[in-house]
Design a protein. Structure first.
Lengths: 305, 124
């Protein structure tokens, strides 16, 4: 076998092996999207009921709470950025990071300091490499977030919002995550989560305009709101985590599908080249044999004379 | 037919139980509360404790609920909990082990959780 042909054969083998890996990753991601979507659906009843309850308290009483009051002059904002732990997901993490950069830029322009909280190794690596400050970070669960993870993230954030700004607290909480629109479309979105706008919460639950009954609060409206709002924030963060996980899997599936297709193309063109090389080799061998034979024939004919 | 109320028991990550009931007993921060059809609209904070639901077929469903809310309006009762398990789903041995471990580590929160689980199973 000629050197040229051997090189092609080796490359075909290596590309085929890579293709098998990307194909497997594509299929794993595809099955995980479905699982992630199911998780989003399973968490919906809790979120809807919670939103209803929050709306009920908010409309049924004039209770004030640090999580719902707008600061007069917001001086510091927290940004929670959801990225992935692993790469090979196309532009998934970098799109979210870009959105976070834009938001940070805008908040700075409004004269606010920005504290960044990050979920996912990719985001942490990006910020560390650029030596930017991270207020807090969580890693290791982005492809399968649990409610406990959402709780762990929410706790320091709620504490920061409840703390006075002068003592290192924040006035606003923004969250950036990748919204799962469909299998093919996932958009990074930014949301101001806190202070909570109760009108928005009402709109979301679809209870706007609906007259809510006069509730009896047990033990009191303040205590109920006190207990409700942190849970509400947790549930919103949980929902964002789940959507981000679904988006991550969808992005990875798409990236791996593209990689598999490219590998297929590459194998095809390499096979063509290998065929051409083999054919060239055969042609050369034939012409060598023919050349050799006619040279021999010439030689014998010459000696006969 | 006796009056009924619709019950939704939902945990943070799934819907645990839903159906019609004639009586629901839950523990709020200010004491046990029983809700029957036609109760006045109510919104309360739940303590960690067992929730008893008497279904309209006469069965009793017991669930261990750890923190959450009870809300009742329009004859619809929602029990929201971060963690909720039906008594049938609770692994008794595991809960007992958890209780022992919590006692030895003096972890009050998980001791309470394990106790609630065991009580839910016992009350079943």
């Amino acid at each position: 076998m000629g050197a040229q042909l051997r090189v092609y054969k080796r490359r075909i083998r290596s590309v085929t092996a890579t293709k098998k890996i990307t194909k497997a990753m594509e299929m794993i991601s595809a099955s995980r999207i479905v699982k992630a979507q199911r998780q989003v659906a399973a968490s919906t009843p809790y979120a809807t009921e919670l939103t209803r309850a929050v709306t009920a308290v908010a409309t049924g009483s004039n209770t004030k709470h640090p999580l719902t009051t707008e600061a007069e002059a917001p001086a510091r904002a927290a940004v929670l950025l959801l990225t992935s732990d692993r790469g090979l997901a196309g532009g998934y993490s970098s799109n979210a990071i870009k959105a976070a950069d834009r938001l940070t830029e805008r908040l700075r322009g409004e004269g606010k300091e920005v504290d960044t909280y990050i979920v996912g190794r990719k985001g942490v690596a990006y910020y560390n490499f650029r030596e930017r400050k991270i207020a807090d970070s969580w890693t290791g669960f982005t492809d399968r977030p649990s409610y406990a993870d959402a709780k762990a993230i929410a706790a320091p954030l709620i504490e920061a919002v409840s703390t006075e700004t002068a003592e290192g607290g924040v006035d606003e909480l923004h969250i950036i995550y990748t919204e799962f629109v469909s299998m093919m479309t996932q958009n990074p979105v930014e949301n101001r989560m806190l202070p909570l706008s109760l009108e928005e919460a009402a709109e979301e639950s679809g209870t706007k305009g609906e007259i809510l009954p006069l509730f009896d609060f047990e033990p009191s409206a303040e205590d109920v709101l006190d207990a409700l709002l942190p849970r509400y924030v947790e549930s919103r963060i949980y929902n964002a985590l789940l959507q981000a996980a679904a988006s991550e899997h969808a992005a990875r599936r798409r990236a791996m599908k593209a990689a598999t297709d490219n590998a297929g193309e590459l194998v095809k063109s390499l096979t063509r080249l290998a065929n051409a090389a083999r054919q060239a080799e055969i042609t050369q061998e034939i012409s060598e044999i023919v050349g050799g034979a006619s040279a021999l024939a010439d030689a014998t004919a010459g000696s006969d004379k | 037919m006796a009056a009924e109320l619709h019950v939704e028991l939902v945990a943070a990550d799934r819907s645990v139980w839903s159906g019609e009931a004639t009586l629901v007993v839950a523990r709020t921060t200010s004491g046990d509360i029983g809700v029957m059809p036609g109760h006045q609209p109510l919104l309360g904070v739940l303590e960690s404790g067992p929730v008893t639901i008497r279904t309209s077929e006469g069965n009793t469903v017991v669930a261990a609920v750890h923190g959450g809310f009870i809300s009742f309006a329009d004859n619809k009762l929602s029990l929201l909990a971060e963690i909720a398990e039906l008594a049938d789903e609770i692994d008794v041995q595991r809960a007992e082990r958890a209780l022992e471990r919590a006692k030895s580590e003096a972890d009050a929160a998980s001791e309470r959780r394990a106790e609630v689980r065991l009580r839910a199973v016992a009350g079943h």
